[in-house]
Design a protein around this ligand. Structure first.
Ligand code: AMP
Length: 371
């Protein structure tokens, strides 16, 4: 963390630079606007949904040094909506303006092996894993970890892309060739009972605030539903929040991060960390309508050097993603009592593309004792 990052203290009217123009950038920009802050979005894609909600945009490649320099001069602090910001881009920007979260965080979170090593060093459990750089390594790792196992690229994997399940008797040469990289990890397949995530915010002065733990349901590796609070015992939820807090502290993090975890079956359920996302996260979208302050506002507050909120949840919340051509159902959703519809303004509804989401908030059911 540079000393300049620690000293960020924006005032209304100041400008936040956002790298990335997807729906996360769009929702960050909207949250900034509500707090009287401006946002300038940098994205190479002229059809970026975030461009629609800001007055100032830079449409240029992430390797365009001149465009990056101009962007940096236009803004007061820079943040990002995706973890794969190229290292060179981050360096150019960080030399000119505070970048939050600090770009050091990207080195850990862009690489599944570095991330798992980092989590392990903190004494936090993950699935068993091994570094795999060749088909020989894969065979050795399988002998150690067993089947089924999950082979994942170390970099650029998301929504199940860049991963394959390896089962007993599979053709390993073919699985390795299909992955198309020499840089991978093998993980034990986790027979999880639930997938959960913690959205945590940390301020520059080290204060951490976690939202209630979220329970996530995936379909074809893509998040389909989130429920808040997660339907898990409070002790386990407290453990999950504790894990996210330790990770945020160890990264000297400023902003919002998401930690995805597997909850194992059984009464003494244990948690394994699957992934850290150094950004606002799809599993935190419920906070837009289901809590007094959203993950987007919490992130803006953190990077602006403003106090974090202590969010109050409005009830039991379900978030449903509208994926691909499910977006065609938006008119039906608009008529559902209590549903809040978010459409991202994207063009083609390609399969697997996140096009919007819906939040439904139900007032919390009182327990048997009425408390
Ligand atoms: P990831 O890209 O690592 O977030 O994985 C995407 C999804 O694949 C997860 O949300 C899980 O549903 C599933 N998955 C990933 N890793 C494992 C694992 N080691 N065992 C079981 N399921 C996994």
């Amino acid at each position: 963390m540079t000393s300049s990052s620690r000293q960020v203290k924006l005032k209304p009217g100041d400008t936040i630079g956002i790298l990335g123009g997807g729906q996360l950038g769009r929702m960050l920009a909207l949250a900034a606007a509500r707090l009287g802050l401006r946002a300038q979005v940098f994205s190479p894609d002229p059809d970026s949904p975030a461009f629609d909600v800001v007055q100032s945009a830079t449409c240029a490649e992430y390797a365009d040094v001149e465009a990056l320099e101009l962007f940096a001069t236009d803004v007061d602090v820079i943040t990002y909506e995706f973890e794969n910001v190229p290292a060179a881009t981050a360096m150019i920007l960080a030399a000119r303006r505070p970048v939050l979260p600090d770009t050091k965080v990207l080195e850990t979170t862009q690489d599944r092996l570095a991330e798992k090593n980092f989590v392990t060093r903190l004494g936090i459990a993950t699935a068993r894993y091994a570094d795999v750089a060749s088909v020989q390594d894969l065979k050795a790792a399988l002998a150690e970890i067993g089947t089924p196992a999950v082979l994942k690229t170390r970099r650029f994997g998301y929504d199940g892309k860049g991963q394959a399940i390896i089962r007993e008797g599979d053709d390993l040469e073919a699985a390795w060739a299909d992955l198309g990289t020499k840089s991978a990890i093998l993980e034990a397949f986790v027979p999880f009972e639930k997938e959960i995530s913690v959205i945590a915010a940390r301020s520059a002065d080290g204060h951490v605030v976690c939202f209630d733990v979220t329970e996530n349901e995936h379909s074809d590796h893509i998040l389909k539903y989130s429920h808040a609070p997660a339907r898990i015992p409070e002790a386990l939820a407290a453990e999950a929040r504790g894990i996210a807090t330790r990770i945020a502290e160890a990264l000297d993090y400023v902003g919002v991060l998401a930690v995805e975890m597997f909850a194992l079956p059984g009464t003494g359920a244990a948690l394994l960390v699957n992934e850290i996302a150094p950004r606002v996260h799809n599993s935190g979208h419920w906070t837009l309508d289901g809590a007094s302050v959203s993950q987007f506002e919490q992130h803006i507050r953190a990077i602006a050097g403003w106090p974090l909120a202590n969010p109050v949840r409005h009830g039991d919340v379900t978030m449903t993603n509208l994926i691909g051509d499910e977006i065609a159902s938006y008119e039906q959703w608009l008529t559902v009592p209590g549903a809040t519809v978010h459409l991202y303004g994207k063009g083609a509804a390609r399969p697997g593309r996140k096009m919007g989401h819906v939040t439904e908030v139900k007032p919390t059911t009182p327990g048997p004792s009425g408390d």
